[in-house]
Design a protein around this ligand. Structure first.
Ligand code: CUA
Length: 337
């Protein structure tokens, strides 16, 4: 009888590498992947990566092939003249041509990929300021005056170049939405200019890319790329004068516990500028710059003890607020459309 255990290791060896590649490649897709580009800059960077990796791969294969060939005992011995020719062509000419071609390609791609590219005539400018540990986002008019403010999310139209003014309030942060384009640092005391043009609608994620403190890894930005019409509707709804939201028990508790000293909610007396703007908070999928899902339970947890979800956060704990009022505030925030 044939023992199938003997053939098993051979079967594993045959199927493991493709399986491993599939497993690793599944990590290439998703909302935060530079290998799944959804913007003009990201596409340029991606094609640069593919072309240089293939070019480098060809050289590597050739060199490995030559080494293996040189180790063969049965290879014919070359005379000096033929050996010199082999070195001149294989060792000098071939790498020079390939490397020059790759360099030319990279230089040709550079004007598109370089992140400091400033389109003076972009129709829209968004100012993003890195804070410990969240993102202040302001949409500016043609004169550079803020039209409205939001936090931790950027909405942008597909196919239109958006200009970003990048700033930092406290320490250095770094702005990076891998699926849309390359990154740029946000440095206190200066403004870096940068632009992106999205080519696919969807929701993309941007991590802070510069260590900025204990919650650096918990500082994420959401970029939503919308059809131009949907974007205009959102922009107009945010820039129109606000109606008065219904006065609820939650709103009263929000104001009486002083939340409005740090946070703004458009159309109310809450006009604080220290913390994130909470207008239309219900539309955000995550809270605390991506730290948890925006659910009633998590809102209560965050207000009661923000440090528990986000170490080092500037917001103080509100554990002295009675549970019923915490619930009411969280309900109020969950209803801000
Ligand atoms: Cu902000 Cu790291």
């Amino acid at each position: 009888m044939k023992d199938d255990r003997a053939t098993r290791p051979a079967t594993y060896a045959r199927f493991a590498p493709p399986g491993l590649i599939c497993l690793l490649a599944s990590g290439c897709r998703g909302a935060q992947s530079a290998l799944d580009p959804a913007g003009e800059e990201a596409e340029a960077i991606h094609s640069l990566l593919v072309v240089t990796a293939v070019g480098g791969g060809i050289i590597w294969l050739l060199v490995v092939g030559l080494i293996l060939y040189a180790r063969r005992r049965d290879r014919p011995v070359l005379d000096v003249e033929r050996a010199q020719k082999l070195i001149s062509w294989g060792g000098v000419a071939f790498p020079t041509v390939i490397l020059l071609a790759l360099l030319s390609y990279a230089l040709w791609k550079m004007p598109v990929a370089r992140p400091w590219f400033d389109p003076g005539d972009a129709p829209m400018t968004v100012e993003v300021t890195g804070e410990q540990f969240w993102w202040r986002v302001r949409y500016l008019d043609q004169e550079g005056e803020p039209v409205f403010e939001t936090a931790n999310e950027i909405l942008m139209p597909i196919g239109e170049r958006v200009r970003f003014l990048l700033k930092a309030h406290d320490v250095i942060h770094s702005f990076w939405i891998p699926a849309l384009g390359g990154k740029m640092d946000m440095i206190p005391g200066r403004t870096n200019v940068f632009s992106l043009k999205a080519t696919r609608t969807g929701i993309y994620r941007g991590p802070c890319a510069e260590f900025c403190g204990s919650s650096h890894a918990l500082m994420n930005l959401t970029a939503r790329v919308l059809e131009p019409q949907a974007f205009r509707e959102w922009f107009e709804s945010r820039s129109a004068p606000a109606g008065r939201p219904a006065e609820t028990e939650g709103q009263a508790a929000f104001l009486s516990h002083g939340c409005g000293a740090c946070h703004s909610v458009r159309g109310t007396q809450a006009r604080g500028q220290v913390g994130p703007d909470l207008t239309a908070f219900a539309k955000r999928e995550r809270l605390g710059a991506g730290v948890a899902a925006n659910t009633q339970e998590n809102r209560v947890r965050f207000i009661r003890n923000p440090d528990g979800l986000k170490p080092g956060v500037r917001m103080p704990a509100f554990s002295m607020v009675p549970d019923s009022e915490l619930e009411a505030i969280a309900t109020y925030l969950g209803g801000l459309e």
